[in-house]
Design a protein around this ligand. Structure first.
Ligand SMILES: *Cc1c(COP(=O)(O)O)cnc(C)c1O
Length: 371
């Protein structure tokens, strides 16, 4: 699915030097690399504050803690997503409220979002799934009407931008009150271990986020809040700082592979290629097809037999996961989400795909119907 070694090979010298320099500096925690990387990412995203942390799940948790969300507050998020989002909501004793997604974009459906709002609703967590921005124009409008916080989960969409109808363009993750991301190795900007970050243009909130991420400490040994310990290692920051200048090239490579796939499958009646929302650039964390009238799991097995990895993101909706079942969902129609769980399939997507590999993958997919 990914080729992390191939990507490393191309920047091996600068990465190796950066790692050895951190080792020689002995500033392993909160060293200068962490501050420099945060600054570089602030510039790249055009956001006032980037606060690095230990991983993308922590980033979500810290954001929710810093916003002062309290037990019983309802937090709305998409049903069709990775578990991390709903997990932290539940962990903080907030009430997760899962809503339906748009079957084309795979992202939160604004009308379902509206329908789920109650007097207890305090925040919305749009997840920019697979690398394309959710309908932020509509989501921000709803948030404003109902006075809700917006926490953007940008773990799959860093580097993407979104253009509003007034022509204003913003980096995904810098539109709501706060954005979060993950630097897990396979993410679009990945380090060589765990890492994450939180973004905000609100300086007061940034100060709170820094405090929560550092044991709720206002100054050393003075703890004003219950916090957590969540830091990005200096070595990971040094790696990320060397990789950030390559992110746009990585995104181009992913888009080139996506275009190859799109073209190969455009006339295949039993496949639907990813929908492109003209308001968002797509950074193709995943290239995800929808199948029609075939057995998706048979296709996956067929591809695996030909040596082509294929994955199902995600096979089970969150409202059917044992940990998150709730009778509140009995009356809600999740037919879009459930249909996606049945029909999606993701093909290999990374920065190092060659034409030869793409040709083999696409020919293998198309051969499924003739087998
Ligand atoms: C990867 C991911 C996360 C979690 O990131 P970690 O760094 O693994 O904790 C959260 N949300 C989404 C949508 C993700 O894809």
């Amino acid at each position: 699915m990914v080729d992390l070694l191939g990507q490393y090979g191309k920047i091996k010298k600068e990465i190796d030097t950066a790692i050895l320099d951190v080792v020689a500096s002995s500033q392993y925690i909160n060293g200068p690399e962490v501050k420099e990387f945060a600054k570089d990412l602030e510039t790249y995203l055009s956001v006032k504050n980037v606060i690095p942390c230990a991983n993308g799940t922590d980033a979500l948790q810290i954001a929710m803690m810093a916003l002062g969300l309290k037990p019983g507050d309802e937090v709305i998020t998409a049903n069709f997503t990775y578990v991390a989002t709903v997990e932290v909501i539940a962990l903080l004793n907030l009430t997760p409220v899962l809503v339906e997604v748009n079957p084309d974009t795979f992202n939160i459906d604004p009308q379902s979002l509206r329908d789920a709002i109650t007097p207890n609703t305090k925040a919305i967590v749009p997840v920019h799934l697979y690398g394309q921005t959710a309908d932020m124009e509509e989501i921000m409008k709803i948030a404003k009407e109902h006075n809700l916080y917006v926490i953007e989960d940008t773990a799959q969409a860093i580097g993407s931008t979104y253009t509003f109808s007034n022509g204003e363009t913003k980096s995904t993750g810098t539109i709501g009150d706060v954005g979060t991301t993950s630097f897990f190795p396979s993410k679009n900007l990945g380090c060589y271990g765990d890492g994450g970050a939180i973004f905000t243009n609100n300086d007061e909130l940034a100060a709170k986020i820094r405090m929560v991420a550092n044991h709720g400490q206002s100054k050393q040994y003075y703890h004003d809040e219950i916090g957590v310990n969540s830091r990005l290692d200096s070595i990971q920051a040094a790696i990320l700082r060397r990789k950030l200048p390559h992110l746009d090239t990585y995104i181009e490579n992913r888009n080139r592979a996506a275009s190859f796939y799109d073209k190969a499958f455009e006339n295949i009646s039993w496949l639907t290629v990813p929908y492109r929302d003209s308001r968002s650039t797509h950074v193709f964390h995943q290239y995800t097809l929808k199948t029609k009238g075939i057995d998706r799991d048979e296709l996956r097995a067929f591809l695996n037999n030909k040596g082509v990895p294929a994955m199902i993101y995600y096979p089970v909706p969150l409202h059917k996961q044992k940990a998150y079942m709730d009778e509140r969902y009995d009356k809600i129609d999740f037919s879009n989400t459930e249909a996606l769980n049945e029909c999606v399939i993701s093909l290999p997507m990374h920065t190092e795909l060659t034409d030869e590999q793409l040709k083999y993958i696409t020919e293998s997919v198309i051969a499924f119907k003739n087998n």
